[in-house]
Design a protein around this ligand. Structure first.
Ligand SMILES: [Zn+2]
Ligand SMILES: [Zn+2]
Length: 365
């Protein structure tokens, strides 16, 4: 073997410093011939208002209440919340005798509240089809929720510690309602993904005296091969360690711990990045691109290291691989070994970078 190592041809593993785990990259497999079908781009035929939709303005919800005739964004408590503010205490008893149960069964109670955020009163639009000012309202709604829940935790001792804001878009991600909306689950504990990131931030700071994501932004701006979009406040990259084919991360260029700390300029800049990124996504396979996306930021009322280590960023995890209907599954080796991808992060970034981020493909239909 006298050949040189080629990252676009030879298998390697990449380390994810956020989750402290590895992913397998097999770039030669991306060269397999593709005989799949080509879809015809379609325009959504859904109406702007749907009388059967429980998220449309003025409509009745499943549990009987009804929505106001809202005109921009609208937040309400989830009728089927995964966590509740009130429930009985869970008494956990440890025998102290090192029984098998003491060793292996660990449990804790959890409280909180869940919310639905309607992005727009229009039933038939998605984030890429909304204007930047309309998306600024979405960012504003997230800020309001973050501030309100932090205040309720402080003043009324509500069991709110971490607010996970997210959107599941498309039936491929298990979202059955077309109406543009996201969710926010607020828990009395920091969920696992986030607490793992915080452990990584802390470890990095102790080792290098710097912020992990601050350093990562510097590195990406030097290397540039994984940058998809950029403005004054944010960088959009396909992370070096991306698992999903077209996974991206929107990361603040300078330290900002949470969305409540945003300046008006940062609020605008985030809306702008969300718009252009999601337009590119839709243009990639000329389809309404499904994904799960969410915000990672400081816990509510964070102080000390928790506040100091937090660095605002968003993850987009889209499942599509080659077309509107061919998606990646995390199965087999990925469930039992570790995640694997064919296309490299640099190849995915290059494809996304070259796509139009201003004009949605349906404008041309
Ligand atoms: Zn609707
Ligand atoms: Zn994160």
């Amino acid at each position: 073997m006298s050949q040189e190592f080629d990252f676009t041809d030879h298998s390697h593993r990449r380390f994810n410093p956020l989750t402290d785990s590895w992913i397998l990259v097999s770039p030669h497999r991306a060269k397999r011939p593709w005989l799949g079908q080509q879809e015809t781009p379609m325009k959504s035929t859904a109406p702007e208002y749907d009388e059967k939709c429980f998220l449309c303005p003025g409509n009745k919800r499943v549990t009987g209440g009804s929505n106001p005739k809202y005109e921009s964004t609208y937040i309400f408590q989830n009728d089927f919340a995964a966590v509740k503010t009130d429930q009985p205490d869970l008494q956990v008893q440890n025998s102290g005798k090192d029984t098998l149960k003491d060793r292996l069964i660990k449990v804790e109670g959890v409280r909180g509240n869940c919310f639905v955020i309607c992005f727009s009163p229009k039933h038939n639009v998605t984030i890429p089809q909304m204007s930047i000012p309309a998306l600024e309202h979405v960012v504003g709604a997230w800020q309001t929720l973050y501030n309100d829940l932090a205040k309720q935790a402080r003043d009324d001792h509500k069991p709110f510690k971490y607010l996970q804001i997210f959107e599941n878009k498309g039936t491929a991600m298990g979202c059955s309602n077309l109406h543009p909306h996201g969710q926010a689950w607020c828990l009395s504990e920091v969920p696992s993904e986030v607490s793992q990131e915080f452990r990584s931030f802390d470890k990095y700071k102790h080792a290098h005296g710097a912020d992990l994501l601050g350093d990562y932004v510097k590195l990406e701006m030097e290397e540039r091969s994984r940058i998809v979009l950029e403005n004054d406040s944010f960088l959009v990259v396909v992370p070096y360690w991306a698992v999903w084919p077209f996974e991206t991360m929107i990361v603040a260029k300078t330290k900002v711990a949470n969305i409540a700390q945003f300046s008006e300029k940062q609020k605008h800049d985030l809306a702008e990045m969300m718009k252009h990124l999601t337009v590119k996504y839709d243009n990639l396979f000329e389809t309404s691109f499904p994904y799960s996306m969410g915000l990672h930021q400081a816990p509510l009322n964070a102080t000390g290291d928790e506040l100091d280590n937090a660095w605002f960023h968003m993850h987009f995890y889209p499942p599509l691989l080659r077309s509107a209907t061919v998606r990646k599954f995390l199965v087999g080796f990925e469930m039992l070994g570790e995640p694997q991808r064919d296309l490299t992060a640099e190849q995915a970034a290059d494809r996304l970078r070259k796509l139009d981020g201003d004009h949605h493909y349906t404008e041309k239909l």
